[in-house]
Design a protein around this ligand. Sequence first.
Ligand SMILES: [Zn+2]
Ligand SMILES: [Zn+2]
Length: 277
Amino acid sequence: MAMEAGKLPTAGKPIRCRAAVSRKPGEPLVIEEVMVDPPMPHEVRIRIICTSLCHSDITFWKMKDPPGCFPRIFGHEAVGIVESIGENVDEVTEGDVVVPTFMSDCGECADCKSKKSNLCSKLPFKVSPWMPRYETSRFKDLNGEVLYHFLFVSSFIEYTVVDVAHLTKIDPAIPPNRACLIGCGVSTGVGAAWRTANVEAGSTVAIFGLGSIGLAVAEGARLCGAARIIGVDTNPDKFEIVSSCHSSCRGNRLQVQMIDKEAKLGLRSWQVHVQSL
Ligand SMILES: [Zn+2]
Ligand SMILES: [Zn+2]
């Protein structure tokens, strides 16, 4: 029988592949073979081509009590290629390059349609061990034991299943080792400046905390045309990081102000637009 155009021979069948499984809180991940079920309706199975580590992975990896749960497959910053799609998926097709995101965008609810909110009310964010629509897992180990999902992504695995509301199709020309950062810190930080604070061209922006999100806020403020960007941090090591993070400093617009944890800030003279903690 001829295969449907674009479909891979793995479509509709479980895939056996490797994953870095977190078996116990705080203990090293174990590389093992696991089974990944085919996608249910509104779901997409993707082959992960690049993933990165975010601090939220570490926070939940250490967690002994709920919402920590084990065995679990962590990872939520990734980029992948669509291997197969479930029913009712029109947004992406086999071979598309996609970035999974832990925040959903169903595209249908009043909040997704509104320009003033990006918090989907149909599939609201929660730290769930399951897929968002069915409260079941697509992962099992070779003994048949269920492996839990993380933030609706679980990218420390060769193939994962993600709800289509948690996927964004991207230009395949974007280098994968950059694209895999877009699912968490970059979108949070750039969006804070661009969408939440609505930074105006020519304005002065202060950013509190120069971690990965703070640096992404700086980049968002730069893209919005901020004339002056002041980064505030208590950690002197951030000087080095900021100066090596060239894109945020283009035009020398980002200045760094170090403060003591106890110090009182003389913020009245600044126009404060962005607060990132
Ligand atoms: Zn929605
Ligand atoms: Zn993250």
